[in-house]
Design a protein around this ligand. Structure first.
Ligand SMILES: Cc1ncc(C[n+]2csc(CCOP(=O)(O)OP(=O)(O)O)c2C)c(N)n1
Length: 369
């Protein structure tokens, strides 16, 4: 049976039908906002891939199919909460106020792409973590942050995200265990998109569902339809609230599907059946909400085309700004990361500068003369 049709926390089914009364918070304006945000990040994603294909961006991990998960996370969190995201979380950061320009900077190799501006008047600096590319290490960082929040008596929650493959790592399991034992304000969100590059879920995990791992840690677990933004937002509100009140951590398994290649360096057609992908498109989170909104007279094709014009304008503006940026020096990776670098790092920094100079000389034909 397709996991996406199994019973789980869900309000709107994949045909756009309401299957449970909407939660109280679900007003028309918010649902329309969710829809607009999901459409925007999907079109941004397309543009980012095109930039990579034309050599203007580094390797880029698409979030096609994960829009509902990310927009729900970023919208449900309070500005003083802290996000420890993984590389597929542009939509979550976008919904937390981080610009498309910064996302382009990050994937373009500019350290300043992780230098987020403050999003809360109560906190002068932004405490969200940069995207984490090593698998699962962000979960351990999130445990540390959440533990600090508890010790300091702050009513702030940390959210850590990861993919299904990441849940096979020790870092994930250890983090989950600590979250339970220490009763810390932490919400884990697994984007179960069913593939870890070329490894399908059933080849790496024998548990019936990833959410079952919450039981081993003694924390609450909720299996949610990750393509239903209403269910995702609802599960997050509950979990964040529980954590904020000192009632402990939650593990959310957001069931979805990776509709894209793993990254622009991957070709998923080499290991995945076209038929499987075709079927997964029937669960598209954006079409689902659109169908619901149109059926309720809350959205129309006219509004859609007006919104698309706005999306393209905003995306193009971000791209223009990105392309006009001054390219950062290679050693900026060291200069922006460390407040005070130790002598070993001075050596590495010098080696990098020398390498960059050699490469520049070669590229400009200097070594032939
Ligand atoms: C510690 C570590 N080991 C291996 C890798 C190589 N790697 C990059 S992505 C990936 C698969 C991750 O799959 P999953 O956690 O399901 O996330 P998804 O990309 O599917 O969203 C691996 C093994 C890495 N980045 N970090």
């Amino acid at each position: 049976m397709n996991i996406q049709t199994q019973p789980m926390h869900r309000y709107i089914d994949h045909r756009g039908n309401l299957i449970a009364p909407l939660p109280e918070w679900a007003n028309d304006t918010l649902l329309q906002q969710f829809y607009r945000d999901m459409v925007l990040v999907r079109h941004y994603d397309k543009k980012a891939i095109a930039l990579q294909r034309t050599g203007k961006l580094g390797t880029y991990p698409s979030h096609l199919g994960a829009e509902a998960i990310g927009i729900a996370i970023g919208s449900a969190m309070q500005s003083t909460d802290v996000l420890a995201p993984y590389y597929r979380d542009m939509p979550a950061l976008w919904a937390r106020g981080i610009s498309m320009l910064q996302n382009l900077q990050y994937w373009g190799g500019d350290e300043l792409g992780s230098s987020f501006p403050s999003i809360s008047p109560d906190i002068p600096h932004n405490d969200d973590m940069p995207f984490c590319v090593p698998i699962s290490t962000q979960c351990t960082h999130a445990v540390g942050i959440a533990a600090a929040m508890k010790i300091k008596g702050l009513h702030r929650v940390t959210v850590a995200t990861c993919g299904d493959g990441a849940t096979s790592k020790g870092d994930f399991l250890e983090s989950l265990n600590c979250a339970g034992v220490w009763n810390i304000p932490l919400v884990f969100v697994i984007n179960n998109n069913q593939w870890a590059i070329s490894v399908p879920l059933h080849l790496q995990c024998h548990a019936e569902h990833l959410v079952d791992k919450a039981k081993g840690a003694g924390i609450k677990g909720i299996m949610v339809d990750g393509n239903d933004i209403v269910a995702m937002y609802d599960a997050l509100l509950q979990s964040l609230d529980q954590a904020r009140k000192g009632k402990g951590a939650t593990l959310i398994e957001a069931v979805s599907y990776r509709l894209c290649d793993h990254t622009t360096a991957d070709d998923a057609s080499r290991y995945r059946e076209d038929e499987e992908v075709k079927q997964a498109w029937q669960f598209d989170p954006i079409v689902r909400l659109k169908t619901y909104l149109i059926n309720q007279n809350l959205w129309s094709e006219d509004e859609e085309s007006q919104w698309l014009d706005i999306c393209h304008q905003r995306i193009n503006q971000a791209v223009e700004q990105y392309l006009a940026l001054t390219v950062q020096a290679p050693e900026s990776a060291f200069d922006y990361l460390y407040e005070k670098a130790d002598p070993d790092l001075h050596y590495q920094r010098d080696a990098l500068i020398n390498k960059a100079m050699r490469m520049e000389k070669q590229n400009s034909g200097g070594n032939n003369g």
